[in-house]
Design a binder for this molecule. Structure first.
Ligand code: DP6
Length: 311
């Protein structure tokens, strides 16, 4: 029997960067994200006669290559889930994304969410009375990779001390990510969480993020688009400044990144309007658009390689 599941990625506008000493990938500050249903991960699980679990890329998608560390993290989450649901035996876990992995498109969020869901499918087949609501699945998934806990809610998710939940805002935004670089990043997000505490800017960072979260929720809820843009802009620069002021410093932005960011700034300057702009721990630039901006997007994005949520 093969159990399968798929889950979406998400892009944070207020970032999870830095972890609480309590462990289990609890965040140092609350975050807010938009779920990206057009960027998904797929996982299948089947029992095998073996002495360990194994991971393989799932065929039919761009071939996923997981590093030794990436494989270990993924299978160790699977092991914890099996312990949680009392599932025995060994399994072959296959996974893939329908977008380039490990380059700031949050493949870890979607793949850990999909693994949690596929394992839940397997648990339910053995125990048909099992009922795990999304908040519980989200909390289990968080322990594998923090940002995955937000992928269980759509379109908006807020993740604070009490776990992730849907943020109830009736606003659908279109998404495009300019893929400046689709190579694997040299510092993983998990490593970044550890390194940034060496930055002098770390002090006060959880408070800044918290206060931006409140401001952003207000500006989005009142359709104050410019303020939303300014808050998102400040927030991703804050995170990237933490990277660049760590000791030793590290970073993700490339020449291409800066060109895209400059173009976005020019759009806002000349049109007094434009996309919300944000970045994850990677070189690629995410844009969020109101429905009525989609017709302009082709000219804004001309000449770049990008993935988009609209047809
Ligand atoms: C920059 O969830 O990948 O994307 O919990 O160690 O697996 P781990 O980290 P991860 O961190 C994501 C960080 C981020 C910002 C965000 O998604 O909020």
């Amino acid at each position: 029997m093969v159990f399968e599941a798929s889950a979406p990625s998400n892009i944070a506008l207020i970032k999870y960067m830095g972890k609480s000493p309590l462990g289990g990938n609890r965040p140092a500050n609350p975050s807010l994200s938009l779920t990206l249903n057009h960027l998904r991960s797929f996982v299948t699980i089947e029992a095998i006669d073996a002495t360990t679990d194994v991971w393989e890329p799932l065929s039919g998608f761009p071939e996923l290559k997981l590093s030794e560390g990436g494989r270990k993290k993924f299978l160790s989450h699977f092991y914890q889930l099996k312990r949680h649901w009392n599932l025995g035996g060994h399994h072959r876990v296959r996974s893939a994304n329908d977008f380039p992995p490990d380059c700031g498109l949050a493949s870890s969020a979607s793949s850990f969410a999909a693994l949690t869901l596929a394992t839940y499918e397997m648990a339910k087949s053995l125990n048909p009375n099992l009922k795990c609501p999304p908040v519980e699945l989200s909390s289990l998934s968080r322990q594998g990779s923090g940002s995955s806990c937000r992928s269980f809610f759509s379109p908006w998710a807020e993740w604070g001390d009490e776990g992730a939940e849907a943020w109830d805002l009736d606003l659908q935004l279109a998404h495009a990510v300019v893929v400046v670089d689709d190579r694997k990043k040299s510092v993983s997000s998990s490593e970044a969480h550890q390194k940034i505490s060496s930055s002098l800017l770390w002090q006060g960072r959880p408070e800044r993020a918290k206060s931006r979260l409140e401001d952003l929720k207000k500006s989005l809820a009142t359709s104050d688009w410019r303020s939303s843009y300014e808050i998102c802009w400040a927030e991703f620069w804050d995170m990237h400044a933490l990277f660049e002021t760590s000791r030793p410093a590290f970073g993700y932005m490339s020449k291409g990144t800066l060109e895209v960011l400059d173009k976005c700034r020019q759009i806002w300057l000349h049109e007094n309007d434009g996309p919300l702009v944000t970045m994850d721990a990677g070189a690629n630039v995410h844009l969020l658009l109101r429905e009525e901006q989609i017709s302009q997007a082709a000219s804004w994005l001309a000449g770049w390689n990008y993935l988009k949520s609209w047809n």
